[in-house]
Design a protein around this ligand. Structure first.
Ligand code: GLC
Length: 530
């Protein structure tokens, strides 16, 4: 075999390792369904109740502050909910320095946020001078804190674990709202932290608020630095909820699935040598296994490990300089993968020079560009199909695909306001709660049903009947910027027996713009009413 053939087969072999076929997709979905169910029945660090019982309908009004913390930035927003599915937002963004993200103490991080808040209030003249008296009106603030928190109410929770490279041990077991309030009070700011929101929950709420199309929102999905999803579940299915909560009159509740930690024991998730190396050198080995295969923070790192391997094997013509980001852990950003995907055929000279610039490489050729694009596509395709498999589990769990279920097992959501102009029909949530419907659900998951052809060519979204639409709010750099990410997710949905091409057509994915900020404002509004 010539060295060219050897290189071809090495690349082919890597792509094979990253490929997940329709059987793999189904296994992942079934495993996730079991995990969703387990988290409904028992307290686990996933399926976390948000204590949000009302889904917005666009009529909510009010002015709220929001702090959004979770990737590498801290955003401060002033959100004006105008009550007609629209809003105004004024915001500032600051990068959180690494020494605050990794620190033995929590106080430096929270006083950094409080200082940013103080500057924001001053710039926008929101801090009346000489009015810090105890009785002064405080502006309600929703805190989007995108880490795993077990909540006990809409405004209280305890931090269970850090991820995405953050590590502040002293904060574990403490309430993020209380830690932020402590620093706010030290600076005597007229602000009350009134709601704790995960970004996935915020995405769901903001999509429900802003979407003027028909079809009720079922879930919010984040595919950015990290990955997660929240969805609407029937209260009576959530056995882990404390009894008094289950006795309340609400029908449904938003759950934060924390799907990034799904299958941490690696029963069904694919494992390549690159995944092993990434996990072993991460600050949270054996944790967040789905996240490490799906989210932006890790895809750049997987790509870096693959490039280094191929480079060592002499696959590329290009030479990586010593200062190349490929020689630094996490040196490569996932935006590099998007850059390669944008030039599909990798034929333009532009992409070769972009590669040299980003990788600090010399002598790259069009063939190098093509190989890099293929590798990036393999990594991202796996990410999107895994995210699609996980979303499939949520869709099946919701029972929204089955007509019988949606006739028998529906509940009406209590909207905060009853005047809906865009949809007069009730929102349908989930399968029924009785033993019978649980057995039906179990049977449906255990007995494979026959479906149409697999791997149908991607085609433009066909809408299905508007009544049946399952609306999903999405947010995050990867899903927004990587061309074809949604198409790959959809290919996985079609591969799932219980969903198939017909079910996939009922799914509408739409961007939840300003998901975290608007979502936090909506949470603060919900807290006012709870
Ligand atoms: C991580 C966090 C989760 C968050 C997600 C997306 O998985 O644990 O809470 O929603 O990242 O930011």
């Amino acid at each position: 075999m010539s060295s060219h053939d050897n290189h071809q087969s090495l690349v082919h072999d890597i792509l094979q390792q990253f490929d997940i076929d329709s059987d793999d997709v189904s296994k992942v979905t079934q495993r996730f369904l079991r995990q969703l169910q387990e988290g409904l029945d028992h307290p686990r660090p996933w399926q976390l109740p948000s204590y949000v019982y009302h889904v917005p309908d666009g009529s909510e009004k009010g002015t709220f502050l929001a702090v959004d913390l979770g990737g590498t930035n801290c955003r401060i927003c002033l959100v004006d909910l105008l009550g007609n599915s629209t809003y105004n937002v004024t915001q500032t963004k600051q990068t959180v320095p690494e020494h605050l993200r990794i620190n033995p103490r929590y106080q430096p991080l929270f006083s950094f946020i409080a200082k940013a808040l103080r500057e924001f209030l001053d710039r926008h003249k929101l801090r009346p001078e000489n009015d810090c008296s105890a009785g002064a009106r405080r502006i309600p603030l929703g805190f989007t804190f995108s880490f795993t928190c077990e909540q006990t109410s809409i405004s209280k929770g305890t931090l269970i674990q850090w991820d995405k490279g953050w590590d502040i041990p002293e904060a574990l077991g403490k309430d993020p709202c209380a830690m932020l309030q402590e620093s706010i009070d030290e600076m005597e700011l007229p602000v009350q932290v009134s709601a704790l929101a995960n970004d996935s929950v915020g995405t769901l709420l903001s999509r429900a608020y802003t979407s003027q199309e028909q079809g009720s929102t079922l879930a919010g999905v984040i595919i950015g630095t990290g990955t997660n999803a929240a969805y609407i579940e029937k209260v009576c299915n959530v056995q882990r909820l404390p009894r008094p909560e289950r006795k309340r009159t609400h029908d449904s509740i938003v759950l934060n699935t924390e799907w990034g930690c799904f299958d941490d024991d690696l029963e069904v998730l694919p494992i390549t040598s690159f995944d092993r190396a990434l996990d072993a050198s991460s600050i949270n080995p054996r944790q967040q296994q789905l996240e490490k295969r799906v989210s932006g923070m890790y895809l750049g790192e997987l790509m870096r490990l693959v490039i280094l391997h191929c480079h060592e094997q002499g696959v590329f013509n290009m030479i990586l300089g010593e200062e190349s980001p490929c020689n630094r852990p996490y040196g490569l950003d996932s935006s590099f993968l998007s850059l390669l995907a944008k030039d599909k055929a990798a034929e333009s000279l532009g992409v070769a020079s972009a590669i040299e610039r980003v990788l600090s490489a010399q002598g790259s050729t069009l063939r190098d560009a093509r190989v890099l694009a293929q590798l990036a596509d393999g990594i991202v395709r796996r990410s999107a199909r895994l995210a699609g498999s996980a979303l499939g589990a949520i869709i099946i769990q919701s029972g929204r695909l089955s007509d019988t279920q949606s006739e028998k097992g529906t509940v009406q959501v209590t909207s905060l306001q009853t005047h809906r102009h865009r949809s007069q029909r009730p929102k349908h949530f989930g399968r029924g709660c009785g033993l019978l419907s649980r057995i039906v659900g179990w049977l449906k998951r255990s007995i494979p049903s026959s479906t149409g052809p697999r791997n149908v060519e991607d085609k433009p979204l066909s809408r299905g009947s508007e009544q049946d639409i399952i609306d999903i709010g999405v947010d995050g750099s990867l899903i927004q910027l990587y061309p074809g990410f949604e198409a790959h997710m959809r290919s996985a949905l079609r591969d799932i027996q219980e969903i198939g091409p017909d079910g996939e057509r009922k799914v509408r994915m739409g961007l939840a713009k300003d998901g975290s900020g608007v979502g936090a404002a909506l949470m603060a509004n919900a807290a006012k009413l709870s």
